[in-house]
Design a protein around this ligand. Sequence first.
Ligand code: F6P
Length: 353
Amino acid sequence: MAKFRRIGVLTSGGDAPGMNAAVRAVTRTAIQCGVEVMGIYEGYKGLIYENMKLFSNRDVSNIINIGGTLLYSDRCLEFKTEEGMQKAIETCRKNQIDGIVAIGGDGTFRGATDLTARGIPTIGIPGTIDNDITSTDYSIGFDTAMNTVIEMVDRLRDTCESHARCNVVEVMGRNAGYIALETGIAVGASAIVTREIPFDEAKAIQKIKESKASGKRNFIVIVAEGVPDFAEGFAKRIQEETGIETKFARLAHVVRGGNPSLRDRLTASRMGEAAVKLLLDGKSNLIVRERDSKICTIDITLGQMIDRMYKGTLKDHDLDNYSEAEIEEMKAFCKMRADEFAELYNTADVISH
Ligand code: F6P
């Protein structure tokens, strides 16, 4: 077993509620195991510029309930250069950082693989409100973000009901429609628009007209931001074609803040503990993930390939190192994800009259 003196923990990419709970769990678990913890600020940038602090248990007190990330975050372009990477490795050596837990999305995991390849074992924890990391059922921040969406949309519904209006609401999620799909169901949306499922605009408008004719007064339409240049124009078309006054709202970053839900605190705590134990057990280049409510792992590189396969962004030679059987397994996994999405979308459709 590798002997660890000190590990680093960082948060990178878009912040997500629950990241603090994960940092807390990583810190406390490591200290409990007799290993020191260096909190690295502003993601990988902090590794390049040596912006870090040795954490005690007390440094992570009173943060389990706070949104954002006390370690701050960054989408660090310099880390993608060989020079930046070398500076980061140098910082690790100089500060006796023998391993790292990196909390974030797919960009964060790419960095984790690069560090591992250069001799700093790294474990990734999925933290992004988008829940768009294909290999895990769940990523930290998703639940809180969705609860914020439904709180906001419930308010919009109140005023829509009073004025017999429609509100088209665009929600974050990058290219993925998970936030839109699940919140759409939870707010009783009349229509949900995502990249994953072809959208029949004429059918949706017809449905809204029929609902209006049957006495419905308020209409909510949820659009994922991954459908570019759509939401605002759709609001105008709904108004023109149905005669229902239609407003547009973009919730944007408001959805990324706020106190983490129980789900996010709990998952972050479990994943944080698991990540440290894996690292101390000599493991590296793994994503801690959730599958069927269990915390388990997947190799980061394999996870990335599944992710690219699902998103249709595989590059030439990406699959060269995988056997036919492994590729079939990856395809089956992606199909399962697509089926899950389609099934939920269908539920939304059935109950949206
Ligand atoms: O990945 C999280 C996320 O909030 C996405 O939903 C969104 O597309 C993106 O980050 C926004 O990024 P930024 O904070 O750089 O504007």
